[in-house]
Ligand binder design. Structure first.
Ligand code: ADP
Length: 488
């Protein structure tokens, strides 16, 4: 049988490979941590060679588990988005480190472009805001500051992590990126074909150094036979948040998911037309199928689960992230404590990279449990602000599907339902990012006819959290949050 789907999920903190059955069941997982490099404050780098070595190692482990490459029908790739790799086409070696999406070194360059009043044009064309988060200013920075990158000339290849992995997997024969990843670079017009000439010129990037933009499913490439013993077709590719949206079955306009990992990312499927936000949300490609794009409206929050890690590793207020649930339950309320988790600035809808965090309302009655509860409550507060921004853009959430490591926390899931006054749905299969990539690969390989068929076949059970909080309590919480936010 050749029906397994192998997913490579290259995340910010770890690289994983997962083996899926066509019905969405997971048959195996392998994982390796990814080293984080922080050369100076605000700078975050990865070693692209390590990304490739780990991806190959975990993929080989899963090919072994499947009983060899012949048992694998297709590969799907999903990845941390926006992170930029530069490499030499002739050697296949990275040129310098990869600049990670979290890296803020191009903040002043972004401010310069804002001052030059370029943001409205860029937002209109790409759906993005002028923030160091996106790839274009990172590529430009590499060209300006790394002589090796400049010197590579026509041997220079740029790409996000998906295209780096695709290049390596295909033995250097395919330099391509899918439209969902391409839409995060700030170099592609949401409704345009290929790379945008004016944007490439603006950021001094030669289009020839960029990958071809392809569909999210179909015959994307084939692995170099020596890697796994036989060539395996690569049939699905999408950025992690788009993959999670697909994996959550948010395939119709209006469907919304929120992923709570290191950060929190909310995407609403906006159908076949990009929606231009007036409230500092992002418009992005959700999926491209046979050249046809669907779009999503996105709100990105930079600090979610990482706040739990900070409480655990730096503030010593938690032994483990899951302990936060029992601590939150151990007190009747937050005791007047509010936390604004702007540890690396505020993302959507505020976009204030310079903002820093705040804890407000502590008294002698404040305990560790109140502080931890305030940290968990901050998640629903942040998502509430996003919900209002989506509403102001004309997008009303009907219900919210949640996933990511943090939503194992039942207290958090209930608090979200209460504060948003919405039904919150949590699938039993929380690996929605990998599942989305598996769905794309399954459709690309012809195992399922289309994404709705894949969603139906690969579906899992859902736990519903119904809102129960009295409106007065919700108002009290929101008043406390707004007051704290004002002081940031
Ligand atoms: P990523 O994919 O961004 O690396 P994950 O989706 O694996 O993140 O989620 C891990 C994050 O979730 C960590 O930051 C961790 O602190 C947080 N987390 C894990 N379990 C819990 C829990 N029970 N309660 C609160 N936070 C949790």
């Amino acid at each position: 049988m050749t029906d397994f789907i192998l997913v490579i999920d290259e995340g910010t903190t770890s690289t994983r490979a997962m083996l899926f059955q066509p019905d969405g069941t997971i048959a195996g997982t392998a994982q390796r941590p990814l080293s984080q490099h922080y050369p100076s404050p605000g700078q975050v780098e990865h070693d692209a060679a390590e990304i490739w070595d780990s991806s190959l190692a975990v993929a080989r482990e899963m090919v072994g588990k499947a009983g060899g490459a012949k048992a694998i029908a297709a590969i799907g790739i999903t990845n941390q988005r926006e992170t930029v790799v530069a490499w030499d086409r002739s050697t296949g070696q990275p040129i310098g480190t990869a600049l990670v999406w979290q890296d803020r070194r191009t903040a002043s360059r972004c401010q310069e472009l804002v001052a030059a009043r370029l943001e409205p044009m860029i937002q209109q064309r790409t759906g993005l805001l002028l923030d160091p988060y996106f790839s274009a200013t990172k590529m430009e920075w590499m060209l300006v500051n790394r002589p090796d990158v400049r010197a590579a000339g026509d041997k220079l290849a740029f790409g996000t992590v998906d295209s780096w992995l695709l290049w390596k997997l295909t033995g250097g024969t395919t330099h391509a990126t899918d439209a969902s990843n391409a839409s995060r670079t700030m170099l592609m017009a949401l409704d345009g074909n290929g790379w945008d000439r004016q944007l490439c010129e603006q950021f001094h990037i030669e289009a020839a150094s960029l990958p071809a933009i392809v569909d999210c499913h179909g015959p994307i490439g084939e692995t170099e036979p020596s890697l796994f013993g036989l060539a395996i077709p690569i049939c699905g590719m999408a950025g992690d948040q788009q993959a999670a949206t697909i994996g959550q079955g948010c395939l119709g306009a209006g469907h919304t998911k929120a992923t709570f990992g290191t950060g929190a990312f909310v995407l609403t499927n906006s159908g076949e037309r990009p929606l231009h936000s007036s409230n500092r949300l992002l418009s992005t490609v959700l999926c491209q199928e046979a050249g046809q794009r669907s779009y999503a409206l996105e709100g990105s929050i930079f600090v979610a689960g990482s706040l739990m890690q900070w409480l655990r590793d730096s503030a010593n207020l938690l032994v483990s992230a899951p302990e936060s649930e029992a601590l939150a339950r151990s007190v009747p309320d937050n005791g007047g404590v509010y936390m604004v988790p702007a540890l690396s600035g505020l993302g959507a809808p505020h976009w204030r990279p310079e903002a820093r965090g705040l804890i407000q309302g502590i008294s002698f009655a404040t305990t560790r449990a109140h502080l931890v509860r305030a940290a968990l409550e901050a998640q629903a507060h942040q998502i509430y602000d996003l919900m209002k921004a989506f509403e102001a853009d004309g997008v009303k959430w009907e219900r919210l599907r949640i996933d990511g490591g943090m939503v194992a926390n039942d207290w958090l899931a209930q608090d979200l339902a209460d504060m948003l006054d919405l039904v919150v749905e949590r699938p039993s299969m929380l690996e929605t990012t990998a599942l989305g990539a598996a769905m794309l690969a399954a459709v690309g390989a012809g195992i399922h006819a289309d994404l709705p068929a894949a969603a139906a076949a690969m579906d899992s059970d859902v736990t519903c959290f119904e809102p129960k909080m009295p409106p007065a309590e919700r108002e009290r919480r929101l008043a406390g949050w707004r007051d704290a936010l004002r002081r940031v």
